[in-house]
Design a protein around this ligand. Structure first.
Ligand SMILES: Cc1cc2nc3c(=O)[nH]c(=O)nc-3n(C[C@H](O)[C@H](O)[C@H](O)COP(=O)(O)OP(=O)(O)OC[C@H]3O[C@@H](n4cnc5c(N)ncnc54)[C@H](O)[C@@H]3O)c2cc1C
Length: 418
C-alpha cells in the first residue's frame, strides 16, 4: 500500500529474490507522488535516531550493525539504480555540514569524536580554511552521502518493478486492511502479505492515524549557476550541504548546477491534514532564498525556478522501523523523518527477506520489530508539534546569542528528536 520508495524497493527486492511472486502496488495518486518524488536528494547514511540513542535502546553491537547497514546502503542505492539502468544523477561526493557558531563548532567536534569512538562512520572535521560559508568555524564532512535526482529515481524504479512483473494500480485509495484483505475505493484486493508503506500519509487513514505525524518540508531550486559561483561556495559535484542549526536545512548541487535547497519549519496542520495547498507557502520559499544568501553572501541574485514541498513522516520517538508478522502476513516500514531516501532501500531489502522467510543480518537489525509509541490525540498533537517547531527556531536564536548549545533544544529533546 503506497508506491513511494518503500513500496517500490520492497517490490523490487521481492521480485529479485522470487521472480514468480505476484506483487501489486496500490497507490492513491501516481507512483512517486509523495515524499519520494519531492525530496532533497540526499542519499545519506543518516538515520533519525542517533547512534547514541540506538546504543541506549538496543545495545552497542546492535547500534553499530545499524550504522554499518546505513553506510552500506548509500552505495547500495547507486548500485541498484545502475543495475536497473535508472538515470537519476547519482553522484557520491559526501556532505558538508558547516559549523557557523561556537556552539555548532563544539557540537561538530563532539560529533566527530563520538563517531570515531564508534568506528563506523568516517566523519572528518574540516577547519575554517577549507569551507566558504559565512561565519564558518569549520565543518563536519561525511563521505557517506550521494546526490540524486529523487523524481528520476522513483519514477525509474516504478518502471523497473513493472518490467519485473509487478502491477501498479494508480488512482486507487486504500481505505482499510486486515490479514489477507485490502479495501480500496475501487474494489477489494486479497493477498497473503500486506505491507503498509504510506509514511506521512498514514496519518490520513484511520488505522494508522496516531502512529505517524506528517511534517512539511519545503524546497526551492534556483537557476543554474556558473562554475565560478560554485567554486566560490566550495561545493563540487555530488556534494550536499547543510549547517549545524536545530531547524534542519539541506542543499545539493544538482547535475545541471542549480541549488536545490530546503528546510523544515512549515507549521503542522490541525488533525494531521495533508492538502496540496500546504506544499507551497510563499513566505517559506522567500525565507529559504534569504537563508541561502545569508549562508553564502557571495551568491548572485537568485531566481526561484521551481518550488515545492511535501509531508514526511515522524514517529513519536523519531525511530524509524520495519515490522512483519509471519502469522498475519501484515507488515510495514517507515518513520524515516527526513532520512528516507536511502533508508527505504534498506527497508525494502529487509522486508523482502522477512516476507520470503529468510533469517539474515538485515532481519536482525534493531529497527526490525521496533514499535514507536502513538502520538497524542488533538489538541495535544497540534500544540506539541507546533511548539516543537517554535522551540527549534528559539534554540537557534539562543545558540547565536549565548554561544552555547541550546537549553531549549535539550528540554524539548523528546519532541524534536534530539
Ligand atoms: C521536501 C522533502 C525533502 C526531503 N529530503 C530528503 C532527503 O534529502 N534525503 C532523505 O533521505 N529523505 C528526504 N526526505 C524524506 C524522504 O523523501 C521520505 O522519507 C521517503 O521518500 C519516504 O518514502 P515512502 O515511500 O515511505 O513514502 P512516500 O514517498 O510518502 O510514499 C507514500 C505513498 O503513499 C501514497 N498514498 C497516500 N495515501 C494513500 C492511500 N490511502 N492509499 C494508497 N496510497 C496512498 C502516496 O501518494 C505516496 O505515493 C524529504 C521529504 C520531503 C517531503
Amino acid at each position: 500500500m503506497g508506491a513511494g520508495l518503500t513500496g517500490l524497493w520492497t517490490a523490487h527486492e521481492l521480485l529479485k529474490r522470487e521472480p514468480g511472486l505476484r506483487v501489486t502496488l496500490l497507490e492513491k495518486h501516481i507512483a512517486g507522488f509523495g515524499a519520494s518524488g519531492r525530496n532533497g536528494g540526499w542519499c545519506s547514511a543518516l538515520f533519525p535516531a542517533s547512534t547514541a540513542a540506538l546504543e541506549k535502546k538496543h545495545g552497542r553491537e546492535a547500534a553499530l550493525a545499524m550504522r554499518r547497514a546505513m553506510v552500506a546502503t548509500v552505495d547500495e542505492v547507486g548500485a541498484a539504480a545502475a543495475a536497473a539502468g535508472i538515470e537519476c544523477d547519482y553522484a557520491r561526493g559526501g556532505t558538508i555540514v558547516f559549523a557557523r557558531s561556537d556552539a555548532q563548532w563544539r557540537a561538530a567536534q563532539h560529533e566527530v569524536d563520538e563517531a570515531h569512538g564508534y568506528g563506523v562512520d568516517a566523519l572528518e572535521l574540516w577547519n575554517g580554511e577549507r569551507v566558504h560559508a559565512r561565519d564558518a568555524r569549520g565543518a563536519v564532512y561525511d563521505p557517506a552521502c550521494a546526490r540524486v535526482h529523487p523524481a528520476a529515481l522513483v519514477r525509474g524504479l516504478a518502471r523497473t518493478v513493472e518490467q519485473q512483473g509487478a502491477v501498479i494500480h494508480e488512482q486507487t485509495t486504500v481505505e482499510s486492511w486486515q490479514a489477507g484483505l485490502v479495501r480500496t475505493d475501487r474494489g477489494t484486493v486479497r493477498a497473503r502479505h500486506i505491507i503498509t508503506a504510506l509514511e506521512g500519509y498514514g496519518a490520513t487513514v484511520a488505522q494508522t492515524k496516531r502512529r505517524i505525524l506528517p511534517l512539511y518540508s519545503l524546497m526551492v531550486a534556483t537557476q543554474p549557476l556558473d562554475d565560478e559561483v560554485w567554486q566560490s561556495m566550495g561545493i563540487t559535484h555530488g556534494q550536499t550541504f547543510s549547517d549545524g542549526r536545530n531547524l534542519v536545512i539541506y542543499g545539493q548541487r544538482t547535475a545541471d548546477n542549480r541549488i536545490a535547497f530546503g528546510g523544515r519549519g512549515a507549521r503542522y496542520h490541525w488533525g494531521s491534514a495533508i492538502r496540496s495547498e500546504y506544499d507551497r507557502v510563499e513566505r517559506v520559499f522567500e525565507h529559504l532564498v534569504a537563508t541561502l544568501h545569508e549562508l553564502f553572501p557571495q551568491l548572485p541574485p537568485l531566481e526561484v525556478e521551481h518550488a515545492w514541498g511535501g509531508p514526511l513522516g515522524v514517529p513519536r520517538d523519531w525511530h524509524a522501523s520495519v515490522s512483519y508478522d509471519p502469522d498475519s502476513g501484515l507488515g510495514s516500514a517507515g518513520g524515516y523523518v527526513g532520512d528516507g531516501l536511502s533508508t527505504t532501500n534498506l527497508a525494502g531489502r529487509t522486508l523482502a527477506d522477512l516476507i520470503t522467510g529468510r533469517d539474515t543480518e538485515l532481519t536482525r537489525l534493531p529497527w526490525v520489530g521496533h514499535r514507536s509509541p502513538s502520538w497524542e490525540p488533538e489538541p495535544l498533537r497540534f500544540i506539541g508539534a507546533n511548539a516543537g517547531l517554535v522551540a527549534m527556531t528559539a534554540a537557534d536564536a539562543e545558540e547565536r546569542a549565548t554561544g552555547r548549545s541550546s537549553l531549549i533544544a535539550r528540554a524539548m529533546g523528546g519532541l524534536i528528536g534530539h
